[in-house]
Design a protein around this ligand. Sequence first.
Ligand code: MOS
Length: 713
Amino acid sequence: MKAPAKLGQPTIRVDGSAKVCGTAAYPGDLLPAGTAHAVLVLSGIAHGRIDRLDTAAARAMPGVRDLLTWREVADAVRPVGHVLGEGWANSTWRPLSGPDIRYGGQIVALLVADTFEQARAAAGQVVVAYVAERPAATLGEAASTAEPASRIKPEIKDRIAGDFAAAFAAAPVRVEADFATPIQHHNPMELPTTTCLWTDDRLTVWEPTRFVTALQHGLAAQLGMDPARVRVISRYVGGHFGSKLGLSQHTALAAIAARRIGRPVRIAVSRRDQFSIANHRTDTLHRIRLGAERDGRLLALSHEAIAATSRFDDFAMEGTDVSTALYACPNVLGRERVARVDRNTPGPMRAPPEVPFLFALESALDQLAHDLAIDPVELRRRNDTAADPVTGEPFTSRPLMRCFDAGAAAFGWAARRAAPRTRREGRHWIGLGCAASARPVKIGPAIVRVSLAQGGRVLVETAQHEIGNGLQTLLAMTASERLAVPLDHVTVRLGDSALPPGGLSGGSSSTTTLVNALAEACARLAALPPGPDGGRSVEHRYLPPGADGKALAGLQQGHVTLLTPPEGKLSWAFGAHFVEVAVDAATGEVRVRRHVGAFAAGRILNPLAARNQLTGGMIWGVGSALLEQTEVDRATGTYLNADLADYLLPTAADVGALEVLMIADEDREGNAEGVKGLGELGIIGVNAAIANAVFNATGVRPTALPIRCEQLI
Ligand code: MOS
């Protein structure tokens, strides 16, 4: 018999060959017999109302089976709350509920036909006339109307220690800088294709989602059904990066159309549609003020930020809880505001607050290091802290400087010239930069069923998601190790609301949650006597430290129930990025030539998958720093570059030499298995490291992302 797997050993994905051979079934791969195809018509304005909707020509097109507008749907989709509140929707705007238009790309009609091509052709015949009002669809236009974030999210509180104003005024050295980050869209390869099939009064939905339980309960609530009659299947997810959480606008419409025509209906959301059907990373503005001693020790730190949200949802994500807790400082002010814009509701996108907030903080720190002529790594060492300076809560472990030191050594940081614009190679200015990554560890409750048959076959079942992160492999490894069976004796079933709820794929929490849950389940199983047929099975309800029955009840209803244990302490993952850029002296084009990332994220369970996640984040960080921005047409409030030709992402030619270091971080305080999660850790701080390298190369401080050549020449 083969040896069991061992957590910590590099292990090839158990689903690798199915994916490479094309047998892994994604939701959009399934086409039940008789499926009709639906195509969306989206609004071309962001603010106003539908004046006239002419559908006669579209209805007369070949193959058309149904056409839904607000007249047909009206109140058929019941209101449900937001998925990050007490509800399930990623935007609480009710699809086709009336003639009002509140954002660009809002659904105004749905065409159903025998084939996709017929539906698309017919959709082109729908004529919509609007009464349009001038929108304010970007933060730049709405920032002056910002209100305190606590007004829409009471848990976002000002972060105050000491007396910032007095300490800043008296500080021997001061840095004051403003930063801006743009709207960005997740563009997973897999689009949110939805197929709905009614069997009598039961509904089956195939849709890529990172939380089948939320989709099940939310859709049932929208349609006024018993959730037990809704089943959602999403066995594989082709990436989400923060999208695919909760109900999108199109899902209920597919179910309604399928019921109306008595056939399964599939909506293929196009890349362009996806920009408003899914959510996005919101645009943000930051003011950082730092006051320091001449030796670099911070005396005063303030981070004031504004983020955009929609008119109709109270979406906001706190960022100053991280940016004002990362370094020692006696006088702190963190304050966040939110401005409403005429856009669909933003949402989480990989490390939602940390990516913009640490861009601002880590850029300002680099400026302080420059002004003081102190090495940027040394500046961070002098401000290292064992506790949150605002609350006094200690970190369970604090490997930040070990990340900086290991990264600096591997990168050759000592060769950096401190003075900007002093290293030239041919037509390029060369610069080196660094920045920190940091992120609170999140964990949730989960229910995992594990069964051991006579002969040693193991089945692990939980309604969580394989999003390409290698979760299926990790769960197989865990069961293999803990039950002492070979890896290929373990089958893992995920992504089906008929399975016990496993929570959402989000907040880098999947591994942390489920490896702990499954480890406990295996321990219970191993202690059970065999049943009559020689097999045994347990359905284990895992509660992370500090969670109670309320969290479990929330999980079972598809609510987000992530926690940050242990109580009274901060358990964070850390990292440090080192980047070398070459800036073309004539054109201002920036290329990242080398990038070393050093990360400490608790126990690393599968180094292959961990490296894969971390390099993915590092590469995406190049997009965040240099390429990605969703452009808004100010006149209409719609997205101008809603396709992969004009929404720029890093491709192979944009990626230089990459090196990932994993730094030991033994920390069992947050959870028994010592797991921290690293899905989001790799991207945080990359934008700042690149911006700091650009400053070192050129002497120009980038303050707005993406960094474009026009800022540099
Ligand atoms: Mo995340 S962007 O909470 O998956």
